[in-house]
Design a protein around this ligand. Structure first.
Ligand code: F6P
Length: 545
């Protein structure tokens, strides 16, 4: 049965009425009336604890949001995703990142073929290769052991590996150096290869399509760097370049031995691929056993998402809170603030995951939405952010819902550091929610002229997510939690979370402009006045007419 657009669903109207009647109640009022909400508005799954008591919701709000999820066809769409149906309709593809972490022996069928054995075949090949690099059996062209691994990729072929490398440093082989090249700005490649010995360097060219301009340009230049360093012997490429891609023909055309290619499939979206062969650099860093723990964490959250009742289901709850904040409270951005330095790149990773997935303005059927969809996702680790942009979070004119992330136990138990870190994350949620009234400020003896400046209006929503302790398993569960949150949000908004047509136009125009920047003769002014003038100026700067 066709699902009506968001605003036409009965629960949406009920939520709008509920918001009009009770949406003005502040967090102070909500807690005063219901102190038990601090214990009650929580949920737990796959080792992740969620406290959403400081969101501006009541039990009634949650009940209505759960009705909205039901009316959005969430159960059917979730079942369709897990069953391998082609729910990415604009590209005619299944969406099966969950198959990447399905245990051996599970069965997920696409086009009559069980894909789980293929997944494990690639994982086994990755593991054998990673072990050889780690134990030195895989030597470079001159026989030297590999000491540096450089991942060349962009978007989903970079952000996940970078984030995981940062997050899993305590489990990484310290004798190996890892670098990441993504930007077509040559600076990225120059700096990533600075100080490396070509004879000891392995490049992992990671590109789902193997056509992405930045990655192919960087890979070509990396090959030139390698050959320059190794006396120009083209046979060296085979020992120093491996590929991760869905396109064996293009990998071969680049000159990489298909035997050194690790594949994945069109049913893995780029931003959902860090646990596919795209994770090869991660596996080399932490070893196959830890990588499998990471996959087990993903799978544990998949199972939680698939089986937990909606009212206790972390991705469902988080998505419903997001829809409430965006579509009823008017939030235009959301901040993810990890109080764990190892998760420093997690917000950047989430930016692609969320915004490339749900930054859409038309529904699956191509009609325009009449409501907001994805907010802007951003964030930086705490406590650093506290000394930077938190001023706006506390006293700015915009309300920014926050996810605080923290670990109950530290990786490094040094002095009072962890207690201080935790004290800060707890205090920030409290300050955002309850603020400080003018009366409280005055009672502290603040001069009257300063009172308005020192008032915190509070009532700013946040959730707190706690991992027991950072580990490969915990990271997997955390990433899968956000993957499924994004899926549920997309389902409620009615958009296709799995295509990314919005990145195409810029790519097409860049090819045209590139030809014009590099042409010998001045190009005919084919653009608008501003673009033509910029091209003329940049051509002159390059010494052209
Ligand atoms: O820029 C869009 C995009 O297609 C992303 O979705 C993707 O993660 C990235 O480019 C890289 O693509 P590929 O892995 O094919 O090089």
């Amino acid at each position: 049965m066709a699902v009506p657009p968001l605003r036409a669903r009965p629960a949406f109207a009920a939520l709008a009425a509920h918001h009009a009647a009770a949406g003005g109640r502040t967090l102070r009022e909500l807690f005063a009336a219901d102190p038990g909400r601090g214990e009650r508005l929580t949920a737990e799954g796959a080792g992740v604890f969620l406290d959403y008591a400081k969101q501006r919701v009541t039990d009634e709000t949650m009940a209505l949001l759960l009705r909205l999820a039901d009316e959005s066809g969430l159960a059917a769409r979730t079942a369709a995703m897990f069953a391998g149906e082609r729910i990415n309709t604009t590209e005619g593809r299944a969406v099966l990142h969950v198959a990447l972490r399905a245990p051996r022996g599970a069965r997920i069928v696409v086009d009559g073929e069980d894909v789980v054995p293929k997944v494990h075949e690639v994982l086994d090949r990755m593991a054998a290769f990673a072990d050889r690099v780690r134990d030195g059996a895989w030597a470079g062209h001159t026989g030297k052991r590999i000491r540096a691994v450089v991942n060349v990729g962009i978007g989903g072929s970079d952000l996940g590996p970078v984030m995981a490398h940062r997050a899993l440093r305590p489990w990484a082989d310290p004798s190996l150096v890892f670098r990441f090249v993504s930007n077509v700005d040559a600076t990225d490649l120059v700096e990533a290869t600075r100080g490396l010995d070509p004879a000891e360097t392995l490049f992992v060219v990671a590109s789902k399509t193997f056509t992405t301009q930045e990655t192919m340009t960087n890979a070509e230049s990396a090959r030139a760097w390698l050959l320059r360093g190794l006396g120009g012997d083209a046979r060296a490429v085979a020992r120093h370049f491996v590929a991760v891609s869905t396109d064996a023909a293009r990998v071969k055309a680049f000159g990489i031995d298909p035997a050194n290619m690790f594949g994945f499939w069109d049913w893995v979206g780029g931003r959902y691929s860090m646990d596919s062969a795209i994770g090869l650099s991660t596996m080399i860093a932490v070893g196959p056993a830890r990588f499998r723990e990471l996959l087990a964490g993903f799978h544990a959250m998949d199972e939680h998402f698939r089986t937990a009742p909606p009212a206790r289901n972390l991705p469902v709850l988080k998505a419903l809170l997001s829809v409430w904040n965006v579509n009823f409270l008017g939030a235009t951005s959301t901040a993810v603030l990890p109080y764990d330095q190892y998760l420093e790149r997690f917000p950047a990773y989430l930016q692609q995951l969320a915004m490339e997935s749900n930054g859409k303005r038309v529904r699956l059927d191509g009609t325009a939405v009449d409501h907001d969809t994805c907010p802007v996702w951003w964030g930086e680790p705490g406590t650093n952010g506290q000394h930077s942009f938190y001023q706006l979070l506390h006293q700015g004119t915009r309300v920014v819902p926050v996810d605080f992330l923290a670990c109950e136990r530290p990786v490094h138990d040094v002095g009072r550091h962890h207690a201080m870190l935790l004290a800060n994350v707890v205090a920030q949620g409290e300050a955002l929610a309850f603020g400080r009234t003018a009366a409280e400020v005055r009672a502290e003896g603040t001069p009257e002229a300063l009172v308005p400046h020192r008032v915190f209006e509070g009532n700013r929503p946040s959730s707190t997510l706690l991992l027991e302790r950072l580990s490969p398993h915990a990271l997997g569960a955390l990433v899968a939690l956000y993957e499924h949150q994004v899926f549920v949000e997309g389902t409620l908004w009615g958009v296709n979370s799995f295509d990314q047509w919005g990145v195409e136009l810029g790519k097409v125009l860049a090819s045209r402009v590139l030809a014009e920047l590099e042409a010998d003769a001045p190009p005919a002014p084919a653009h608008d006045g501003s673009t033509n003038a910029l091209i003329r100026r940049l051509r002159r700067a390059r010494g052209a007419r």
